[in-house]
Design a protein around this ligand. Structure first.
Ligand SMILES: C[C@@]1(CC(=O)O)C2=NC(=C\c3[nH]c(c(CCC(=O)O)c3CC(=O)O)Cc3[nH]c(c(CC(=O)O)c3CCC(=O)O)/C=C3\N/C(=C\2)[C@@H](CCC(=O)O)[C@]3(C)CC(=O)O)/[C@H]1CCC(=O)O
Ligand SMILES: NC(=O)c1ccc[n+]([C@@H]2O[C@H](COP(=O)([O-])OP(=O)(O)OC[C@H]3O[C@@H](n4cnc5c(N)ncnc54)[C@H](O)[C@@H]3O)[C@@H](O)[C@H]2O)c1
Length: 157
């Protein structure tokens, strides 16, 4: 990956296929935002957390109960790689690159073509913060911004 700055964007994912690999704590944290965006989510993982199993049971996502296989990313507009198996993570990011599909890689920031910002929303205003790969800092800055937006709303009321 280059040392250039990432380009923040507002992806319109409604109805578009997003493939998530892995069903652990990282996937669980990120699925709610993808669902709010209306993404058509396919999740591939041999095991998932109870919260993710519930999303599958209620048909909010489609869960394929198996390991990643080459070809899984064929229809994807966006890919979130979050398994704890480095070999699969690497193979999937190679497949995404060949498909020219942007791909988050939770275990290796330097091998990813997209990063997940810390996000918040107040009154229809979304904030997204990247802090150069330092998630604690992006979370802290997001919390400050969301708090300030809440204060402004109270002052305006
Ligand atoms: C902001 C947030 C968004 C979200 O996830 O929603 C986010 N990580 C969050 C939490 C978090 N991340 C980590 C922990 C474990 C404990 C700790 O270290 O504190 C926790 C805490 C937890 O899990 O509770 C460790 C970690 N993170 C990355 C690596 C790999 C590496 O750096 O190479 C490793 C080491 C993994 C390992 O050791 O194996 C990589 C990335 N994490 C990013 C985003 C992208 C950078 C964005 C930026 O520029 O800031 C980036 C580059 C790529 C990506 O994954 O998209 C969210 C907080 C927001 C919120 O709370 O709302
Ligand atoms: N980027 C971040 O914010 C962040 C935060 C914490 C951890 N991590 C890293 O991200 C990865 C995932 O973390 P986690 O805490 O969600 O792990 P986890 O152990 O909670 O979940 C891993 C998931 O991957 C699944 N899995 C394993 N092999 C697979 C395969 N071949 N194909 C598909 N699914 C497979 C498992 O069944 C499990 O559901 C780890 O490498 C971890 O070090 C990243």
């Amino acid at each position: 990956m280059s040392t250039a700055e990432p380009y923040l964007s507002g992806l319109q994912l409604a109805g578009r296929r997003v493939v998530v690999l892995g069903g652990g704590s990282v996937a669980q944290r990120r699925l709610p935002r993808l669902l709010e965006a209306g993404a058509d989510i396919r999740l591939v993982s041999p095991a998932v957390t109870p919260a993710i199993a519930e999303l599958a049971r209620t048909r909010q996502i489609v869960w394929h109960r198996r390991r990643y296989a080459i070809g899984d990313l064929a229809e994807a507009w966006y890919v979130l790689v979050a398994t704890d198996d480095e070999t699969s993570n690497r193979a999937a990011s190679v497949e995404a690159e060949a498909n020219r599909t942007f791909c988050v890689r939770a275990d290796r920031a330097d091998q990813a073509t997209a990063w997940t910002p810390a996000t918040g929303q107040v009154d229809g205003v979304q904030v997204g913060v990247l802090a150069g790969g330092d998630p604690r800092r992006s979370r802290q800055v997001r919390d400050l911004l969301v708090d300030r937006l809440h204060r402004l709303r109270r002052l305006a009321a």
